[in-house]
Design a protein around this ligand. Structure first.
Ligand SMILES: CC(C)(COP(=O)(O)OP(=O)(O)OC[C@H]1O[C@@H](n2cnc3c(N)ncnc32)[C@H](O)[C@@H]1OP(=O)(O)O)[C@@H](O)C(=O)NCCC(=O)NCCS
Length: 145
């Protein structure tokens, strides 16, 4: 049974490894400790048999909006609703703060992530040219509830 819970410092190594396996951007490992220290509620992991198989990092932008910065599920566990569980937990935490909008950026060619977000009601609201370090474009997607 997959447990969805807040990140704990002992998860750091697994999260860094998962991020490097699944995300196109390369992140400085110290960033993960920073997010945990500044925003523990937004850092959610999926734990299966003492193994981290997914994580989500979101932040509060202001009193109206949160933003998902990263979401990742290990390749062996994708398409098993782990991403859904992480997203649902983040939506729940966002709603608890009485915030009704979640935004994120996604690469315009990341079709599976776009399909994932659209399934849960996110809509593309704008295209941002050369958003990423490699000059690729992004969509900003938004979910309002
Ligand atoms: C995007 C991601 C987090 C989805 O997580 P997941 O656990 O595999 O997704 P779920 O099993 O919860 O899927 C829920 C729905 O999303 C859509 N979806 C998920 N993966 C998909 C895929 N490979 N192709 C098409 N649609 C997909 C489907 O609608 C799916 O519903 P269904 O299984 O009933 O068809 C995961 O694919 C991932 O980690 N990708 C690599 C990292 C990444 O791109 N992160 C996003 C950066 S913005």
């Amino acid at each position: 049974m997959t447990e969805i819970r807040t990140f704990e410092p002992e998860d750091t190594f697994s999260v860094i490894k998962l991020a490097s396996q699944t995300l196109t951007e390369k992140y400085n490992p110290s960033l993960f400790a920073y997010f945990y220290e500044t925003n523990p509620d937004g850092f959610i992991v999926a734990n299966l048999n003492h193994k981290i198989i997914g994580f989500l990092i979101g932040v509060k932008i202001n009193n109206q909006k949160t933003k998902i910065l990263m979401i990742s599920v290990s390749p062996q566990h994708q398409k098993q609703k782990i991403g859904t569980k992480l997203l649902e937990e983040f939506i729940k935490r966002t709603q608890k703060e009485e915030i009704n909008t979640i935004e994120l950026e996604v690469r315009i060619d990341n079709h599976k992530a776009i399909q994932f977000y659209e399934k849960y009601g996110f809509r593309k609201i704008i295209k941002i040219k050369e958003f990423y370090q490699d000059n690729k474009d992004a969509y900003t997607m938004q979910l309002r509830f």
